[in-house]
Design a protein around this ligand. Sequence first.
Ligand SMILES: [Zn+2]
Length: 320
Amino acid sequence: MTTRYLAVSIDVDPVPCYYRIYGLGEPPEELRDLVMRRCVPRFAEVLARRGVAATFFIVGADVDVHVLGGRARAARALLGDLVAAGHELGNHSHGHPYEMARLGADDVAREIGACDALLREITGRPTAGFRAPGYDLSTTMLAELARRGYAYDSSIFPAPGYYAAKAAVMAALAAVGQPSGAVMTDPRALAAPPAPYRPAMAAPWRRGQAPLVELPIAVTPWARIPAIGTSLLLAPPWARRATVAAMRGRRFFNFELHGMDLADAEADGIPGELVARQADLRRPLADKLAAFEAVLDQALAHFEPVTLRDAASWVHREIC
Ligand SMILES: [Zn+2]
């Protein structure tokens, strides 16, 4: 029988990322580590009940005591516990620049290198994987990852619907004179293979001979509907179940979520200006938790859970 693998990953984007996307300036300082402090433990609890080890993509600045002081120390202790429980930490850059795909080699090396060094202090082992801010992978990033001996990248998101929605939000913000801090993702990723592959160094959205593998974020067969937390946790139950059922047409379900997906706007004190702009923040936490658990339980009936690091080893061994 063919074994199917489920990898759960959580991008722990801090609140300032969302303020940048919506052109809101800087958030109140006390919200800087909110996602780490309040949301990450909620993920850990749900995953622990099912014995699932996941991959948490960490923004280096959030665990950098030179940036966040005592709050970075608290974050490091929390993440150390996650690692001890079997979870993986992945590199999500040091400062989460949305324009990272446009940065030169030196800046890219600094972004990846600074986060890498901080994660290594926490885990005591080399980091295996990277996810680009805004799913926007560049050849410069791929070259830096290859140079560092990373086993995988997991940034490519071949979902036409996501691009259309992102373009619409950015156009709407520009129209009201409040330009988004987000940057449009390279559309060539739309044509990328939706299943794990070895990318070309000069064109990461195509197959080639890179020493590391690409683990694309989940889209369903044929229609390429995104199977990610932000959409699945908000979908009506029938649509959610149909999307997860469709993923059984793939051997690998790379289920990506954001830390913010398990925020509780009221209890966590998220300002109204952000709640007004982000639909999932208007949904009660209990509903989102129930939807997350339903996705996991449905998927775990058919897929074996792995970290992305383990998924990459499987791909290196068996696929390419
Ligand atoms: Zn991110």
